[in-house]
Structure formats: C-alpha cells, structure tokens
Design a protein around this ligand. Structure first.
Ligand code: Q9C
Ligand code: ZN
Length: 345
C-alpha cells in the first residue's frame, strides 16, 4: 500500500513521561516509527518520504489558531525562560478546570502549557511541533493520493494525534492527523467522511473536533473509560450534539476484551458508517489493541490485524489509514503491515 512517512518524526523525542504518577521512559518513541518504516520496506510497500503539501490551512479548520500559535512557539518560549531549559522537559503546572477561566492566556509558560493540555502525560520536546506538523502534511498527502485515485494509503506518522482536540494536547498527541485527513477529504467533495478509531484509547480529540458536525461521522472502539485512559470521554451515551446528533458512536469495551467480542463491536461501527452513506474512510489505526501491548488490555493477535484490514476493505470505500498508538515496539511494524496486507489481499 502506498505509504507516507516523514523522517521529521524523529525530532519529537522527549525522554520521560508521567505514567500513573511516576516519571518513566517514554512509551511513544522514535523507534516506533523506525520499526514501521522497516517493516513497510521489508514487505515491499511503496513509501513516500518527501514532497508533502503544506497542511497549515487545514490545521486552522480543525484546531484553534491560538492553540496552533502556542504549540508552534512553545519550545522557543520555554528556552526564552531559561537557556538551560534546552536540557529539561517542561510540564504543565495548573489546569483551568471547572470555574477557572480558560479564555485568557496566562503569561507564565507552565500555566499556558496547562491551559492547552488535559494531562501531564504528554511531554514536549524541541521538535514536537515540527514532527506533528510533518505528520499532518503526510496525512494531507495521503488524502490527495485518494483523490488521485488510490484505493487506500497509509500515513505512518508520529507523534499520534487522536487525543489532540480543537485547542488541547494530551495522550502523546499534539495535532490531529486523522482530523486533518477527514477535513481534506471533505474539501475534495466527499459529502460525508467516516473516521473509525480502533486505537485502544478513546479518540477524545477527534470526537471533540467533530462532535457538532454531521459531515464527519466518528466511531470508536476502545477500553471503557470508567477504568481506561482518557477516563473523561468515550462513553456510549455520547451521540453528538446539535447538527452532529447521531453522528458519534462510542463502543466502549471492558479491559480484557477478547478478539471475537472486539470484532462484533467492529461490525456495529461498520453497519453505522454504511447506513450513514459515508463515501470515504479515515482509520485512526492504533495498534495498542495488541495482546503484547505494555499499557493496554485488549487481546488482539497478529492475525486479527489481518482480519481487520480485510474487513475494512470489504466496505469498498477509499480508505486512509493513519497510525495512532501501539507500544509493543518490536511488533508494531509487523502489526501495521498485517492490517495493510489484509486490506490488499
Ligand atoms: N499520566 C495513544 O495511544 N497514559 N495514547 C496515561 C497518564 C496515556 C495513549 C498516563 C496513554 C495515551 C495515542
Ligand atoms: Zn492508544
């Protein structure tokens, strides 16, 4: 499958993350993308690495301008505070939760980082903007490949994007590549685009971006947020609002869910997106549903990823796969290739 991969991903390389209150080495690493790149090459998939279009205009359609300005300048602001910060990671200090004001931007950097974050588990590094932006450019290139007649394409980007909302980062995500792709497909003339999120974690950012819209249907299969990250969104009663009512489908599943039950939920999502006449599909392809994933609790095996690809091919839609999570790094490339090969079989 035609794949889009920017080497710029490697510029996002923070060292540690907060995980259940402890500082631990990052789960979301450059090695993930390298594994995917190698596996794509080994399996003979064509990979484009340069010459992507600029997604900046589309970014302004899915993210707030003040958030984009903050994120683009964040590392320079952090260094301006103290040149020694070059060797340190910034962390948010305060979050504007209920009753606090989020309309104003504080001048203090760590407070602004709090304003634009919903967790303390999303470390920023010098090249975070560049890497996330390159992923969006790759997503736009993928959408353009579909417009040019490709049946499907794969955007092998990192950092991931589905937790990034209109004006916030979180869950290792900064810019929402899948949302950019969906917006690009809309601009090409697809009247309704479906975003199917199969990452273990609910795609709260994508849901938030499209929650009041009927032109982009969002469906997600994920660990039940009553016990799984991101905890505060992803329940079955979130069905969309206003014009978007009926265009959001959450299928939370308990930790430990085996493959058969997961595929039954996938059928529900497929039935809905067909009933809604979506004419293009963006797949937020998280591979952290894998049985070997270190931070997730579903039980899909490699062969199940092939089955997933085959099932999605059966929908008969132009399909753009966008890499999201997946932290069993040594298996990540082979799991991604299993989906793509299953689709093309
Ligand atoms: N301090 C994706 O798979 N870990 N993101 C919880 C909270 C967050 C996963 C740590 C896991 C995010 C794209
Ligand atoms: Zn995930």
């Amino acid at each position: 499958m035609l794949s889009f991969f920017s080497l710029t991903h490697a510029e996002h390389a923070p060292s540690h993350e907060f995980f259940r209150g402890q500082l631990v080495p990052c789960h979301e690493t450059p090695a993930r993308a390298e594994q995917v790149h190698q596996a794509l090459q080994a399996a003979g998939h064509r990979i484009e690495t340069t010459g992507f279009p600029d997604s900046r205009a589309l970014l302004g359609q899915v993210h707030a301008e003040r958030y984009l300005r903050f994120l683009q300048g964040a590392w320079a602001d952090w260094l301006a505070r103290d040149p020694a910060n070059a060797a340190r990671q910034p962390w948010p200090s305060t979050w504007p939760v209920r009753t606090l004001r989020s309309d104003l931007e504080p001048r203090e950097f760590s407070a602004r980082l709090g304003l634009y974050s919903f967790d303390n588990g999303t470390p920023l590094s010098a090249g975070s903007w560049a890497a996330a932006k390159a992923g969006c450019d790759a997503a736009l290139a993928g959408a353009q490949a579909l417009a040019g007649g490709a049946r499907a394409a794969f955007v092998a980007s990192r950092p991931p994007g589905h937790h990034a909302g209109p004006d916030f980062m979180g869950g290792y995500c900064f810019l929402n590549q899948a949302a950019v792709a969906a917006q690009a497909l809309r601009a090409q003339g697809h009247a309704r685009v479906a975003v199917l999120d199969v990452d273990y974690h609910h795609g709260n950012g994508t849901q938030a971006i499209f929650y009041a819209r009927s032109d982009v249907f969002f469906a997600s299969l994920h660990g039940d947020p009553s016990t799984e990250y991101p905890f505060f969104l992803g329940h079955a009663d979130e069905e969309g609002e206003g014009e978007g009512r009926g265009f959001n489908l959450n299928l939370p599943l308990p930790a430990g869910t085996p493959a058969e039950r997961w595929f039954a939920a996938l059928e529900q999502a497929c039935a809905r997106l067909q009933a809604l006449n979506a004419s293009a599909l963006v797949v937020s392809l998280g591979l952290d549903t894998f049985e070997g994933d270190p931070i997730s609790k579903f039980k899909l095996a490699r062969a199940d990823f092939g089955r997933l690809g085959a099932r999605l091919a059966g929908l008969g839609l132009p399909t753009l796969f966008v890499l999201e999570g997946g932290y069993a790094t040594a298996d990540l490339g082979l799991n991604a290739v299993a989906v793509l090969d299953g689709f093309e079989r």
